[in-house]
Design a protein around this ligand. Structure first.
Ligand code: ATP
Ligand code: MG
Length: 349
């Protein structure tokens, strides 16, 4: 364990996503990320399982006669024990169908973000905008996370997910442009001028939707489809007609058109300053496959978008954008305001 006493920032960023929870903190000149899958699997308690798990690094908790394996290892254990993974979140917010959602997300978040460096350390956490294509509300989700993070000793502040993308990817353009985060449960869109969000919305479709549709079309278990997609899937439309990859390509293209249609409907001329060309940045895990950026750009060109686009960019590290942007926002606030609290002794980690 190393202790550093140099310019470590006193603020953190947190991305609470439907599939991944990530924290970001600044350590000297480096941004350090910690990531876990927002997922768990329930297995029957046995002395064997308990012993095996206690000796390993696998994140787990026991409750009555059940053991829950949580985070990255959930998918492996699901495959070994022939179980399905369960998810605390769905469509970008806490799942109403999962009774263990809150304790599980708490456990994962605690592991990912750690203890605050001092009481009431500032923490910006991502929160989606309300979806325009469903009547889900994000308020309960946002408030529940706020109190959970407060209980952990942080001073939490929500930041819109699309805005976080603009903070991380459009610093060189005065934080002006359109940010699109293609996640698992949602796609978040935000238009900002000089770091001020002028329009934001989400769409209740993302990678999970692509997986579910492809699973249904081909009669394949969803976990299997997700694994195939994340492994080596390319959007080149040359592979596997009739197979899982063929179905993935079809639903990917459909998702892009659906998102573009909503962008052109929601962002109208009045939102965009006259004569301004807007850069568009795409990110999120769902934007990872080779060919995604080109496909998005092609379909955007074909659409009748009511404003002028200067260029389409893709984030270098799509899984880290939101956490990284939340950290930028937290740190810029820190620079604006003199520090109120006295730092406590370095917390153990
Ligand atoms: N290499 C990859 N190829 C294709 N899809 C990927 C890849 N890696 C991750 N994904 C997909 O990206 C999605 C997760 O992305 P991300 O972490 O940005 O979402 P999230 O923030 O958890 O979700 P949301 O923002 O919707 O709440 C999942 O659907 C996952 O299967
Ligand atoms: Mg996300």
């Amino acid at each position: 364990m190393t202790h550093r006493f140099d310019s470590t920032s006193m603020a953190k960023g947190l991305d609470v996503g439907t599939m991944n929870i990530l924290s970001a903190r600044q350590d000297a000149s480096e941004t350090v990320f910690v990531q876990q899958r927002n997922s768990f699997v329930e297995i029957e308690y046995s002395d064997m399982a308990e012993q095996m798990l206690s000796r390993s690094e696998v994140l787990h908790i026991r409750k009555d006669d059940k053991v829950y394996v949580v985070g990255d290892d959930a998918l492996n254990f699901a495959n070994i024990f022939n179980k399905e993974t369960r998810r605390p979140m769905q469509h970008g917010i806490l799942s109403s169908e999962e009774s263990s959602a809150i304790p599980m997300i708490k456990l994962i978040t605690e592991q990912v973000v750690g203890e605050p460096s001092f009481e009431n350390e500032r923490l910006f956490y991502s929160s989606p905008a309300d979806p325009i294509d469903s009547d889900l509300s994000t308020l309960y989700h946002q408030k529940t996370l706020e109190s959970m993070l407060g209980d952990m000793g942080y001073d939490p502040e929500p930041i819109n997910e699309g805005m976080a993308v603009i903070y991380s990817e459009l610093a060189d353009n005065n934080f002006t442009g359109l940010g699109v985060s293609f996640g698992a449960g949602m796609t978040n869109v935000c238009l900002a001028y000089y770091a001020v969000p002028v329009m934001k919305f989400s769409i209740a479709r993302g990678g999970d939707w692509v997986d579910e549709q492809s699973a249904q079309a081909t009669g394949t278990p969803v976990d299997k489809v997700t694994t195939i997609k994340e492994d080596d899937f390319k959007l080149d439309f040359r592979t596997d007609v009739g197979g899982v990859e063929g179905a993935l390509a079809i639903y990917y293209e459909n998702l892009l058109d659906y998102v573009i249609e909503h962008i052109s409907r929601e962002v109208d001329e009045e939102d965009v300053e006259e004569g301004l060309d807007v850069p568009v940045v795409v990110t999120g895990g769902t934007s990872s496959p080779d060919g995604f950026e080109e496909l998005f750009e092609d379909h955007l060109e074909d659409a009748s978008i009511p404003f002028s686009i200067s260029d389409v960019r893709q984030a270098n590290e799509p899984l880290y954008s939101v956490a990284s942007g939340a950290l930028v926002a937290a740190r810029s606030e820190e620079e604006d305001q003199p520090e109120q609290e006295e730092p406590m002794e370095a917390a153990e980690d």
